[in-house]
Design a protein around this ligand. Structure first.
Ligand code: DGJ
Length: 728
């Protein structure tokens, strides 16, 4: 619910359990008064304190009112260079070379439904579930209008934010930065949680108390990156899964980002989230506008579990689009780890045949099927079938796969080109790269300049030709390097600061066209695993390959971090062969299955080499996954242990929305003699309900949540167990 008081300029957003409030004061400065547990019917601006602080200057119009400073007041959207020395949201550079921004409130609008952002991914929904508030701010001197958008989805406690900047003046203005979200907290004792790592070890949780100064995570790689995720949490120091105030903030964007938290002289905190100002400069001619990507906030008054469940719901219902919002996705087998580039049609058909009789529903042909693609040093860009490997092309291969009862899926990497390719020979200037400088290679490939419409058009036509040539149900859209040498041959010098962002917009545009032209095509995002695992991509690709690390034990950590924001249905996870290619570790087939189930589920191996016992395990795994699909994919997901702190076991549970069904999953660590007896306390159950375990034993919800469920003794390293409960 949005309440606007035009007399006092007080704006109060209420969700089921939270309140967000701001107020334009007598100087028309928009102050942030409160965000936290729900408080009804109160003007919370009494929380704002005024004090004359040395070296915190005063706006001209306040005269000698020395206790009024933009530097000390909580701002809703911070200014630049006019007296607030904390992190600025926005910076304007008119022809006079000044780089300032001073914003004053001019009005508001309330609209039913959720606003949309042209060309950008955004949460969506109709007037029955969403409301929009737009607040207008202006910088009169620069002639700039700033529109702050707030989307409110009460049920999920979700508040989305976006910003549109319009040049209403007569001069060209360069926009040097434009954050999507600013959140000023009138407290300093908060922890900053980020999700960091590297290729094959993404989204590992890091938590540190905020110290004075700025702490930030960011990407300048052109993608959201393996290294940091555009999702962060600020929380009370004592916050845990079930207690403590926490705030999750995500950017619905797939390119360079910055998430920065600043602890200030007043022991307060400011959180800023948005496009990274690094190499960003957007020219706005009079009348033109720029829209910053959407950010989304969820505050949970009682811990991370609730916050995650709310993010999961919000993403599932309001970001993932039909038909794959609700439809079951296929259990698949992918040939990459089994063959890499070394395959031909016969080998692929044999692998597919090996997957029959197990309940597997789709075969995905990975990298290596096109152009001169026998290694990762050539072929990208030439999107026609390699006839030596696959005589007769997809037209011949796909029916053979389908005859085995499997749907067909295909790997592509449309944003890249190999120098050893016809496309590069024909259009070397279609790659990113500055003049008179040798281009940096990544995985021996260059990046196509997706900021250029003719490049996008060419690639789109190539994709169309492939998709129209056979019955292709699924596309794995990969992207295997970071952007460097970011310079476009098609843009003038003064516009090069737009290329990083225009590249991302270009990727979104092609993906959106694909979605429109092939509405039933299931697209899986991938960037060397989880290098672009973000809500921006999820708007176009309802699932993303979570990591190139398929080791079951490492995956528990990667998936643990991922789960803080992203729902199970978005997490690409497969069982792969042992010893694992990344770690050399050997785990049981049963364990690998349990670790891959909180995801899209499938296999990444040649099943022909499995023993009859392993095949039987696989058959049962697939059947189990399908039987509990709705519970796993749409139930609430609860982390029951922290794999970074607990080496003994990693556990989690899926609880159906009506709390009638529960699936507990647990994988042990390396074993030791004389194992202690342990119990696992569950979360999210109905206290008074009676739950029958698959063993027949009956427990009350309260017993399972407070006293716990006994963990069976599991001798051996990395053993797994799943316990299914149903309320009687
Ligand atoms: C990186 C992906 O993450 C892998 O799964 C595989 O598709 C390779 N690329 C193929 O080059």
């Amino acid at each position: 619910m949005i309440a606007c008081d035009a007399q006092t300029n007080l704006f109060t957003i209420s969700t089921r359990r939270t309140t967000y409030q701001m107020k334009a004061d007598r100087h028309r400065v928009l102050l942030h008064t409160y965000y936290g547990p729900r408080v009804d019917g109160a003007d919370l601006s009494y929380l704002i304190r005024y004090a004359d602080r040395g070296f915190s200057p005063n706006p001209n119009e306040v005269g000698d009112e020395r206790d009024y400073s933009l530097d000390t007041l909580p701002q809703e959207y911070s200014t630049c260079g006019v007296g607030d020395f904390r992190l600025p949201c926005v910076e304007f550079e008119p022809p006079d070379g000044s780089r300032l921004a001073d914003l004053r409130y001019t009005g508001y609008e309330r609209r039913p439904g959720k606003y949309a952002l042209p060309g950008l991914p955004a949460f969506f929904g109709g007037a029955e579930e969403w409301e929009t508030l737009v607040i207008f701010l202006e910088d009169a001197a620069a002639g700039m209008l700033v529109e702050l958008y707030y989307g409110v989805q009460e049920d999920c406690d979700l508040i989305t934010r976006a910003v549109r900047v319009v040049n209403r003046g007569r001069e060209t203005v360069r926009l040097r930065r434009c954050a999507s979200l600013c959140l000023d907290f009138q407290r300093g004792d908060l922890d900053f949680i980020t999700f960091d790592g590297c290729h094959v070890m993404e989204r590992c949780l890091n938590r540190t108390p905020l110290r004075p100064g700025i702490q930030s995570v960011e990407s300048v790689r052109g993608t959201s990156s393996h290294h940091h995720n555009p999702f962060v949490i600020l929380c009370e120091p004592e916050a845990g899964e079930e207690w403590g105030l926490c705030y999750g903030a995500m950017l619905v964007y797939s390119g360079n980002f910055q998430a920065a938290a600043e602890r200030t002289q007043l022991e307060n905190n400011r959180l800023l989230l948005g496009i990274n100002p690094y190499h960003f400069c957007w020219t706005l001619e009079p009348g033109e506008s720029f829209t910053a990507p959407e950010a989304a906030l969820i505050c949970s008054p009682d811990g991370f579990a609730r916050m995650s469940c709310q993010f999961h719901r919000a993403l599932r219902r309001h970001l993932i689009r039909d038909p794959y919002q609700g439809e079951r996705r296929p259990v698949l087998i992918n040939n990459w780890e089994a063959t890499e580039f070394d395959f031909d049609a016969e080998k692929l058909v044999d692998i597919a045949r090996g997957a029959t009789g197990l309940g597997i529903e789709m075969f995905v042909m990975d990298d290596g099927w096109f152009g001169a693609r026998d290694t990762d040093r050539s072929g990208l860009g030439d999107w026609s079938v390699n006839q030596k490997k696959l005589p007769g092309g997809l037209e011949a291969l796909v029916p053979r796969i389908q005859a085995l009862g499997l749907q067909f899926g295909l790997w592509v990497e449309p944003e890249m080109v190999s120098e050893r390719s016809q496309l590069y020979q024909d259009h070397p200037d279609w790659t990113l790269g500055a003049p008179h400088r040798p281009q940096t290679r990544g995985r021996s490939q260059l990046v196509l300049d997706f900021s250029r419409p003719e490049v996008r058009a060419h690639i789109y036509q190539a994709l169309r030709r492939i998709l129209d040539s056979a019955d292709i149900a699924y596309l794995k859209w990969d992207m295997n390097r970071s952007l460097s040498d970011v310079w476009s041959a098609a843009a003038p010098a003064g516009r090069q600061g737009e290329i990083f962002h225009r590249y991302v917009l270009g990727v979104y545009e092609v993906l959106d066209r694909l979605r429109q032209d092939y509405p039933r095509l299931l697209i899986e995002g991938c960037s060397g695993g989880g290098g672009r695992f973000d809500a921006g991509m999820l708007y176009y690709t309802p699932q993303i390959w979570c990591s190139d690390n398929t080791d079951a034990v490492d995956r528990l950590r990667i998936q643990y971090g991922t789960s803080f924001c992203y729902p199970v249905s978005t997490v690409g996870a497969h069982v792969s062969a042992v010893p694992n290619a990344q770690t050399g570790r050997t785990t049981d087939m049963a364990t690998r299955g349990v670790a891959a189930m909180p995801g899209t589920f499938g296999y990444e191996m040649d099943l022909r080499w499995c023993t009859p016992e392993e095949r039987e395990t696989i058959r049962r795994q697939v059947a189990f996954f399908k039987e509990h699909y709705a519970l796993i994919q749409t139930g609430d997901y609860y982390r029951l242990s922290d794999p970074f702190r607990n080496g003994t076991y990693t556990a989690w549970a899926h609880v159906s929305q009506d709390r009638r069904e529960v699936l507990v999953c647990l994988v042990t660590g390396s074993t030791h003699a004389a194992q202690p007896f342990q119990t696992l306390r569950l979360r999210g159950l109905e206290g008074s309900a009676r739950y029958r375990a698959d063993s027949g034993q009956i427990f009350t919800g309260d017993a399972l949540m407070h006293a716990g469920c006994p963990i069976p003794l599991l001798p051996g390293d990395y053993q797994a167990v799943q316990i299914y409960f149903r309320a009687e």
